[in-house]
Ligand binder design. Structure first.
Ligand code: CIZ
Ligand code: SF4
Length: 301
């Protein structure tokens, strides 16, 4: 039997569900029950009746799944697959901001540790950030940890005073304006589409910015037969599956998240077989952090 078949068999025997992010290896996406971006995955994690959730993604995603579904066993193929941006905000700075602005809402991108989420009023993902920020009654908003997504939201929602933090995604930050210019030369008249985790000057120079699922949707609905893709290149797997007759060019070959790529099919199999790498979230942290996640799921409906 192939490793893929072994995983599928084991999954059935253990009543397990495999949730995979679009950024993990294609071979892992192919054994998953559900592949999605962080918003879709959080919703799935909340609504499953499986006994075990194997979360093929980075640590904050496993933590969120555990908080949304505390009675389930959540396993991660590699506990060292961690998103550096998830740590890029300071609790001391958040406290200071709260003192400075009486009506401050701390809006926390889901790409953050459970610890940081304890300081948040509400979580967002890139799929629902605009909708949620617009719907908040607060004028002053501290957007953590991603300064680039924060700047994108600020531009789209000018009626709010959005204070930016200086966190960033090490993967999307590698794309430069030069890459955009080069792609325009090599692929004239081809839409260049990017994730708003890219730096602002890149977002502004391209044709469309959106969340992972919005980018995939764009390539399905747009009549162009070619696209230049400015996000983690794992999404090409789904784009190609959805549009086999279209051609996708990477905006940069540096768009690889090394942490997402730590998740391999072998590790998926091992963690499910031995039920290792279980995710635990401290009770006190969970009690404070889960409110911001639940509030997101409520407001994003
Ligand atoms: O960069 C990430 O980790 C993203 C975009 C996650 C997600 O699906 O929103
Ligand atoms: Fe974190 Fe960026 Fe990797 Fe996403 S792509 S997990 S934000 S480092």
């Amino acid at each position: 039997m192939s490793l893929k078949e072994d995983v599928l068999k084991l999954k059935k025997e253990k009543n397990a569900i495999i949730l995979a992010h679009y950024y993990v290896d294609g071979a892992v996406q192919d054994v998953a029950d559900f592949v999605g971006d962080s918003y879709a995955l959080a919703k799935k994690a909340k609504n499953t009746d499986a006994d075990i959730i194997v979360f093929a993604g980075v640590k904050f995603m496993g933590e969120s799944a555990k908080m949304l579904n505390p009675d389930k066993k959540v396993l991660m193929p590699d506990l060292n697959a961690d998103c550096p941006m998830a740590h890029m905000a300071s609790k001391a700075v958040i406290k200071r901001m709260k003192e400075e602005y009486e009506d401050l809402a701390v809006v926390c991108y889901i790409n953050s540790t459970a610890e940081l989420k304890t300081m948040a009023d509400i979580c967002v993902t890139s799929s629902n950030a605009l909708k949620i920020v617009r719907s908040l009654p607060n004028k002053n908003i501290f957007f953590i940890p991603d300064g680039n997504l924060g700047a994108y939201v600020k531009k789209q929602v000018p009626e709010k005073n959005i204070i930016l933090n200086d966190g960033y995604c090490i993967t999307h930050k590698r794309v430069t304006l030069k890459d955009v210019e080069k792609a325009r030369e090599e692929h004239p008249n081809v839409p260049i589409i990017v994730h708003p985790e890219c730096v602002n000057e890149v977002v502004e120079a391209t044709d469309f910015a959106g969340s992972t699922s919005e980018l995939i949707q764009y390539t399905v609905e747009n009549s162009s037969k070619e696209f230049v893709i400015g996000t983690e290149l794992g999404v090409l797997h789904e784009m190609q599956l959805k549009s086999p007759d279209k051609t996708f060019y990477p905006l940069s070959d540096k768009l690889i998240c090394m942490n997402m790529k730590k998740v391999s099919l072998e590790k998926v199999y091992d963690c499910l077989l031995n039920e290792t790498n279980e995710v635990f979230v401290d009770e006190e942290v969970k009690a404070m952090a889960e409110k911001s996640l639940d509030r997101m799921l409520e407001l994003a409906k």
